[in-house]
Design a protein around this ligand. Structure first.
Ligand code: ADP
Length: 276
């Protein structure tokens, strides 16, 4: 954008100097475009099951009115479509809540090994249903990161659920917490590995985009919304953590959340100073 502003001249004279301002609005436009795309995608995702529901209602009121077998079948499909809309709305609300909190710092030390144990408990029924066994590889002692417990639970349940659903053929999923050194700084890694089909390299950079799916039909059949990894990304941003994806086709994938290490004692001391 260009703005041209006249610089006031002495009374009675017309201005001879002008201030020319340039403003680069590329970034603003990109954000605006992303917002528009998001609303369009979300509406489309909601409209598809809604159209299917409307279609079945019409059929049930008309041609299938007296067909008991068809009615049962259609009602089951309608229940699934309604459940899909409800999952989508839950994920959309989660995403907007998380985005609003994205700039609030996290301070409370949370033991990541505890988070992993809870996630393992929660995922057990799905893992059993899919025939996937879960392996836990955790250090004996607590490993702290600065974070918010609910959000961290959400990150790792999303990753473990994906590993079970998409990596089902691998038969097992490994959850690991470890400490490492990255360029002299200590970091904490929470990782989830599956031994399934893996992800082709061209898809990896786009995985955390909202509604991005490698295979839409496969994601839908597995009750996916396409929002799971963008929720993960936003939570990790708030935690100053990074998401690393290591994947090889036919071998499997490892999703690692890498956090700055946190000394639980020093965080407590710092907080109590702030209170005074
Ligand atoms: P969805 O709700 O579709 O699971 P996500 O944002 O969680 O959405 O994941 C985006 C896409 O990434 C999935 O649709 C799937 O194609 C792919 N994906 C995620 N995790 C894995 C994995 N462990 N193995 C293979 N593909 C995966």
């Amino acid at each position: 954008d260009v703005a041209v502003l006249p610089i006031p001249a002495p009374a009675g004279e017309s201005p001879r100097f002008f201030l020319v301002l340039f403003r680069d609005r590329t970034a603003e436009r990109r954000t605006e475009q992303m917002r528009t795309d998001f609303v369009a995608n979300a509406s489309h995702e909601l409209r598809t099951p809604l159209a299917s529901l409307a279609g079945f209602i019409e059929t049930l009121q008309g041609p299938a009115r007296d067909d008991a077998a068809a009615r049962e079948k259609f009602l089951a499909i309608m229940r699934d479509q309604a459940a899909r809309m409800s999952r989508l709305i839950d994920d959309l609300l989660s995403l907007s809540r998380i985005e609003m909190k994205r700039h609030l710092p996290v301070k409370t030390p949370v033991d990541l090994t505890d988070i992993f144990r809870t996630v393992e408990d929660q995922i057990t029924p799905l893992a059993e249903e899919l025939g996937v066994s879960i392996e836990l590889d955790l250090p004996q002692t607590p490993v702290f990161v600065a974070g918010e417990e609910d959000e961290l639970l959400q990150v790792f349940s999303n990753l473990v659920e994906n590993a079970c659903k998409y990596g089902q053929s691998g038969g097992r999923v490994t959850l690991r917490v470890s400490q490492a050194d990255e360029r002299g700084r200590s970091v904490v890694d929470g990782s989830v590995t599956d031994y399934g089909p893996g992800i082709a390299p061209e898809h990896v950079p786009r995985l955390t985009e909202r509604f991005y799916r490698v295979d839409v039909a496969n994601s839908r059949s597995k009750r996916g919304t396409g929002l799971g990894l963008s929720i993960v990304r936003n939570i990790l941003l708030r935690h100053k953590a990074r998401l690393l994806v290591h994947s090889a086709v036919d071998e499997g994938s490892t999703f690692t959340a890498r956090f700055p290490a946190c000394d639980a004692r020093s965080v407590e001391i710092e907080n109590s100073y702030q209170k005074q």
